[in-house]
Design a protein around this ligand. Structure first.
Ligand code: ADP
Length: 476
């Protein structure tokens, strides 16, 4: 099978969050003698682009309404990622350091999608399946289905995976002219709440919809992301497939980013050494339990609750607890977290920014990882934490609910129901008691490390789904 994944991020080329980890790993696990798997993402101004060899395999000029942008398709030549990587180079729109948050993001990602379709419609080999990820690729199913320009791709099955349904790629009909020509009778397939909604359009036009956990699928059918009634209507073609993790990259035994590697047999000593190394960076006492948070600092992640939780816990436990925060996002949350440093400077540290190496060191050196998300489609942090013998403290939502049960119910973590300071504080209190019981904490650590969240089985599930879609298309 010829499989093409299309998305905005891919580890290690361009990463903001879990989307990159998925697009950087799933294709690798799908790629074997039977399947040829490739990935197309925009060509950002990244060190990966500068430090690796690429061959230009296609050039063209894409049309976005009356704007014209030259583009090229750059193929990575070493194949060291375990799949074929194609960077879609549109210099005017993507030759910038960041992935998102430019005021022309709609134009950028629509151009990217048009370039992908232009390119593959000119290829002799059409993919057997196009796997779109999130709203940045959400108009591909519509365009290939309804734009005569892509007639050749009309029967190519498309699947959309929703990694995060909050972001939907919404824009007004004033920009309708950006899209290649299509019969206006089909305009409804683009529309949601009187706007063009890229994610809603993908949900309407794709052959199948997947979300990255079953609980998240159930939640978005009823929660207030705005698409609930639409998602209920397409329930027959939706399913939740829990993400996996790349066990080659996330492996405490061989992780090159750690100073001290460890396995399940050496977890207690190994983690203590990593904790000492991590704490020494921030002037913390490694004899105390270390609670960390890694992630985007937004309300959706419950990050707004962290300042109050930290103050409550440091007030109650004084010098007997450490906190480390790694993340960036909402300026107000960043500022509140930075201000706490003025009060607590030897048992609290915040690192504002993105730092892959520090993330690995933090998974290895922490005792507990806080994941108080209000919304968590899957969550990879809890899986990485468990792989590194760190105990996840999670709010029961989405993928967190599907992967973590409370240790008091013989589970692998600590859980709370509300995204509130009180509930989180309560779990910290329980965690500290657990920390004092070395046998109990050792058992949970090992349970976590033994949990298998490899992509091996998950990638099979996707392949079965692709086959099903292809078979259905042949039937019709
Ligand atoms: P989301 O995709 O919603 O941000 P996930 O839990 O699915 O959340 O994935 C988060 C990924 O991003 C993990 O690999 C995590 O380690 C990484 N990450 C998040 N914030 C940072 C940061 N500031 N520095 C390094 N890695 C980060």
């Amino acid at each position: 099978m010829e499989i093409l994944h299309v998305g905005a991020e891919c580890y290690p080329i361009a990463k903001v969050g879990g989307l990159a980890d998925v697009i950087g790993a799933l294709p690798k696990y799908q790629n074997n003698a039977e399947h040829n798997v490739s990935v197309a993402i925009p060509c950002y101004q990244t060190t990966f682009r500068l430090k690796n060899d690429f061959e230009c395999i296609h050039t063209g000029k894409l049309k976005l309404g009356h704007f014209k942008f030259p583009y090229s398709v750059q193929k990575e030549t070493s194949n060291k990622l375990g799949f074929e990587l194609y960077l879609i180079e549109i210099p005017e729109l993507f030759d910038r350091p960041n992935i998102y948050n430019y005021k022309d993001d709609i134009e950028r990602f629509l151009s990217f999608q048009i370039a992908v379709l232009d390119w593959i419609s000119e290829r002799s080999l059409i993919p057997d399946i196009i796997h779109c990820h999130d709203h940045h690729t959400g108009l591909i199913p519509f365009m290939k289905k309804y734009c005569p320009k892509y007639e050749k791709l009309k029967n190519m099955p498309a699947i959309i995976t929703i990694h995060n349904g909050i972001y939907q790629g919404v824009f007004t009909f004033n920009k309708l002219y950006y899209l290649p020509e299509f019969d206006l009778i089909n305009i409804k397939e683009l529309e949601w709440n009187n706007c063009i909604n890229s994610l809603a359009s993908a949900v309407k036009c794709a052959d199948e919809i997947t979300t990255v956990s079953t609980s998240y699928l159930n939640e978005i059918n009823y929660s207030d992301n705005g698409l609930e009634t639409l998602l209920q209507r397409v329930r027959h073609k939706s399913r939740g497939i829990l993400n996996g993790i790349d066990l080659d990259i996330w492996d405490p035994e061989n992780d090159p980013m750690l100073e001290t590697n460890y396995s399940i047999n050496t977890v207690n000593e190994g983690k203590q050494k990593n904790k000492e190394q991590l704490c020494s960076l921030f002037n913390m006492n490694p004899a105390k339990p270390l609670f960390s948070f890694i992630g985007r600092l937004f309300n959706e992640k419950g990050a707004d609750l962290l300042p109050k939780v930290i103050v409550s816990a440091l007030t109650a436990y004084k010098d007997n607890i450490n906190f480390l925060i790694l993340g960036y996002g909402d300026i107000e949350i960043e500022n509140q977290l930075k201000q706490l440093r003025e009060i607590y400077n030897y048992n609290y540290h915040v690192h504002i920014g993105y730092n892959e190496e520090l993330a690995h060191k933090t998974y290895a050196g922490s005792d507990f990882i806080l994941i108080p998300s209000r919304i968590e489609p899957c969550g990879l942090n809890q899986m990485y934490a468990m792989r590194y013998g760190t105990i996840p403290i999670v709010r029961r939502t989405g993928g967190l609910k599907d992967t973590i049960t409370d240790f008091e119910d013989d589970g692998n973590g600590i859980c709370h129901d509300q995204a509130s300071v009180e509930d989180i504080y309560d779990t910290i209190d329980r965690a500290i008691h657990l920390y004092l019981n070395k046998d109990a904490i050792g058992t949970i650590r090992i349970k976590g490390m033994q949990t298998n969240h490899s992509w091996t089985n998950v990638s099979q599930e996707y392949l079965e789904l692709y086959n099903l879609i292809i078979a259905k298309r042949h039937e019709n």
